[in-house]
Design a protein around this ligand. Structure first.
Ligand code: PLP
Length: 357
């Protein structure tokens, strides 16, 4: 399929952010977007890059009523020499296809959407920020557009990609965050949609996150829905713990998102010859390890922040300080390694980086 390009007219171009040190996250979008449509019996068609614009959606569009909406989050990075790199972008589209299958939505041709992603970035290449710590966030999204009231999979969908320059996701930056262990609300149950990147999971997480924020926490740490016992993930990150020299993360049992950064960390930790285990960790055991000083580090992993050290875990009103409230050595080493690969500053033995310009 050909990708038609309608470039924005000069008067449609937006001013680019003047201060890259102040980008924040998620507020700025570029001049163009990628779109394509899907209809039952026809497949994907009308792939195009157009000036960024609002969507006209029928009020009966099924995504608005029954939640068939999936998305992805990935980034492009600019190296010191001006090159632009994508990091494991294919993995995000593989995950998007798994989300699509779970929500009865159509699958994407991964090579084609990768081509669309690159073409869109190149169209708006001047928007890819230049300073270390900044990047271009990429948000592919698919939603059911067929107007119909009645629960069944829709027969029509829109796929689009929007992009925008971003800085740090958390105001803390690399400073350790405080997390609240949530033992009342749950995010997702095994057999549900927790492993799909779909809007409903995030809607389900908001109330607990808001209540935690009011008490001064950055995120909540979810426990498994069935027992409220095993540690799962935090708001938008997978979690890792270093206990007795072993690096531990929750296994992919269906209720947590299989993070691309999670997978990168697992591979790197193994490559470095450290003990890496995917296993269920009971909250009592985590707290016990924190109390006895055996919990050396806790950190979250995700595209937005890469590595986010956890300095405090609060469970049932009791605070446990991790790694003296500072970023741990492994967290720092992993951050340095991944970021250096992303910005093209060091060799990439894993083949994760793709230069697109
Ligand atoms: C619920 C959830 N868990 C984990 C992650 C981390 O995934 P990734 O490393 O692919 O960004 C994210 C971020 O996308 C997320 O939303």
């Amino acid at each position: 399929m050909e990708i038609k390009v309608i470039a924005a007219r000069p008067e449609q171009l937006k001013p680019k952010p003047a201060d890259e040190g102040n980008l924040g996250f998620g507020d700025i979008v570029t001049d163009h977007m990628f779109l394509m449509d899907w209809e039952k019996g026809k497949g994907w068609f009308n792939a195009r890059i157009e000036p960024y614009h609002a969507l006209a959606i029928d009020p009966a569009a099924m995504a608005l009523h029954y939640g068939q909406e999936i998305f992805e989050g990935l980034k492009a990075y600019r190296g010191k020499d001006g090159s632009i790199y994508l990091f494991r972008a294919g993995e995000n589209y593989v995950r998007m296809n798994r989300s699509a299958a779970r929500l009865c939505m159509p699958e994407l041709d991964i090579d084609f959407v990768l081509e669309g992603t690159k073409k869109l970035i190149l169209q708006d290449r001047e928007w890819v920020p230049r300073s270390r710590g900044t990047s271009l966030y990429i948000r592919p999204t698919m939603l059911a557009t067929e107007p119909h009231l009645g629960v069944r999979p829709a027969n029509g969908y829109l796929f689009f990609i929007i992009i925008g320059p971003v800085g740090a996701y958390y105001k803390e930056g690399l400073n350790p965050v405080k997390i609240h262990v949530e033992d009342r609300y749950v995010r997702a149950a095994v057999g549900g949609t927790g492993e799909a990147k779909t809007a409903g999971n995030y809607a389900a997480s908001l109330l607990a996150a808001e209540e935690a924020k009011k008490k001064g926490f950055t995120q909540v740490l979810w426990l498994d829905a069935a027992h409220r016992k095993y540690v799962e993930e935090v708001g938008t990150m997978n979690m890792f713990f270093v206990i007795d020299g072993e690096v531990i993360t929750a296994p992919l049992t269906g209720s947590i998102l299989p993070g691309v950064t999670r997978d990168s960390v697992i591979q790197i930790v193994k490559h470095w010859g450290l003990k890496m285990t995917e296993k269920s960790l009971a909250i009592e055991d985590l707290i016990g390890a924190a109390e006895s000083g055996r919990l050396k580090e806790a950190f979250g992993t995700g595209t937005a922040a890469v590595i986010s050290p956890v300095g405090q875990i609060t469970f049932r009103g009791k605070d446990f300080i991790v790694a003296g409230g500072k970023m741990g050595d492994l967290s720092q080493r992993l951050y340095n390694e991944i970021v250096a690969i992303q910005y093209g500053e060091k060799e990439d033995p894993y083949g994760w980086r793709a230069k697109i310009a």
